[in-house]
Design a protein around this ligand. Structure first.
Ligand code: NAP
Length: 305
C-alpha cells in the first residue's frame, strides 16, 4: 500500500490537495485542529470540492494531532503564522524518514518549521492555484494553476511526485525554489500592501505607477543583496504585467483585510524588511510601507503581525 498523505489543515489549499489525492484512490488522512473540529467534520461526512460548478464529496478519514499513527508524508496546509505551532503538535509522530511539503506563501515560516523538525526533509512549494471556502468543509477550485516544489538542500526529486501525476495536480520539480519564493514575495510586496492602503483592485495601482516603481527598485536591491539576482530580473516589468493581467482582481491581502482576517504580513513585507535590516540595507520606502500597513491594520483592529 502506498504511503498515506497526512494533510495538516483542511482549509482551501489543504482541501484542494486532499480531495484530488483521494479522487485518485490514494490514501489520505486529515489532521484537524481539535476534537471539536473533528466532530464537526465527521458530522458532515467528508470534504466537498466544487470544480466547474460541480460539487463532489470525498469521505476522507479525519483525526486530531493526538492520533497514534506515524506520519511519513505531511502536507502542511496552514497559514504561514500557524505552520510552526501546527507542526510542533504532530512532531512526535514523524517517522525517521518523514517528508514535509510546505505550502505557505511568503518566506520565514519554512525555515522556522525546518528548525522545529531538523530530522525531517522539508520541501517548499510555490503555487499559482487558487481556492476559497464557500462553506464549512467545502472548497471552490477558483483558479487553475501550477505548483513548483523544491528542496534547497537536496536537489533530488522525491518518488511521490508520481502521486501528484495520478491526482492530476499540475506540478514541476524546481531546483531553484528559493528564487521562485523570493520572486513571488517581491511581486506580493509591490502589489498587495498598496491595494489595501489605496483600497483598490490590482488594476487601481495603474494610478500609482511612481510608487510601484520606487518599491520595485528597492525590492530589486534587496534581492541582489540576498543572493537572488535571478529573482530581481525585470521585476518592475513583471509587476506592471501582473497589475494589468489581474486588473479586475482583489489581492489576497485585500481580501483578508476586507473579511477581517489576519494577514500574512510578517512572512511577506515583514520578512523583506527584516532581511534588509539584517543585511544593513536601508530601504526607506519599503519600511515606510510596512509602517503604514501596520498602522492601517491596527486602526481596523486586526493583528499587525
Ligand atoms: P485557510 O483556508 O485559512 O486554511 C488553513 C487551515 O489550517 C484552516 O482550515 C485551519 O483550521 C487549519 N489549521 C490552522 N492551525 C491548525 C492546527 N494546529 N491543526 C490543524 N489545522 C490547523 O488557508 P489557505 O487559503 O488554504 O492558505 C494556506 C497557505 O497557502 C497560506 O500560506 C496561503 O497564503 C497559501 N496559498 C493559498 C492559496 C489559495 O488560493 N487559498 C493559493 C496560494 C497559496 P480551521 O479550519 O479550524 O480554522
Amino acid at each position: 500500500m502506498s504511503t498515506p498523505w497526512h494533510i495538516l489543515g483542511a482549509g482551501s489549499l489543504g482541501t484542494l490537495w486532499a480531495t484530488r489525492l483521494a479522487r485518485a484512490g490514494l490514501p489520505v488522512r486529515l489532521i484537524l485542529r481539535d476534537a471539536q473540529r473533528l466532530q464537526s467534520y465527521q458530522a458532515f461526512g467528508g470534504l466537498t470540492l466544487v470544480e466547474h460548478g460541480e460539487a463532489n464529496t470525498y469521505a476522507i478519514p479525519g483525526e486530531t494531532a493526538d492520533s497514534p499513527e506515524p506520519i511519513r508524508r505531511l502536507l502542511v496546509a496552514c497559514k504561514a503564522y500557524d505552520a510552526v505551532s501546527a507542526v510542533a503538535r504532530v512532531a512526535h509522530r514523524l517517522a525517521p524518514d518523514a517528508e514535509l511539503i510546505l505550502l505557505q506563501n511568503g518566506l520565514g515560516s519554512q525555515e522556522a518549521v525546518a528548525a522545529r523538525v531538523p530530522h525531517a526533509r522539508c520541501i517548499c512549494a510555490s503555487s499559482t492555484e487558487g481556492a476559497f471556502r464557500d462553506g464549512d468543509w467545502r472548497v471552490v477550485f477558483a483558479g487553475h494553476g501550477y505548483t513548483w516544489l523544491g528542496d534547497a538542500a537536496h536537489p533530488v526529486a522525491p518518488i511521490w511526485l508520481e502521486d501528484l501525476d495520478a491526482a492530476q495536480i499540475p506540478h514541476e520539480w524546481s531546483t531553484d525554489i528559493l528564487t521562485r519564493l523570493w520572486r513571488k514575495l517581491a511581486l506580493n510586496c509591490a502589489i498587495n500592501p498598496l491595494t489595501v492602503l489605496h483600497d483598490c483592485r490590482n488594476g487601481g495601482l495603474q494610478q500609482h505607477q511612481c510608487e510601484v516603481a520606487t518599491l520595485c527598485a528597492e525590492l530589486s536591491d534587496l534581492l541582489e543583496r540576498c543572493g537572488q539576482p535571478a529573482a530581481a530580473q525585470n521585476l518592475q516589468q513583471e509587476v506592471e504585467r501582473v497589475i494589468q493581467a489581474t486588473a479586475a482582481n482583489f489581492s489576497s491581502m485585500y481580501q483578508d483585510v476586507a473579511n477581517q482576517r489576519r494577514t500574512e504580513i510578517s512572512y511577506l513585507l515583514g520578512h523583506a524588511c527584516k532581511v534588509a535590516a539584517r543585511h544593513g540595507l536601508k530601504l526607506a520606502h519599503l519600511n515606510q510601507l510596512q509602517q503604514r500597513l501596520i498602522s492601517h491594520l491596527q486602526r481596523l483592529g486586526l493583528p499587525s503581525d
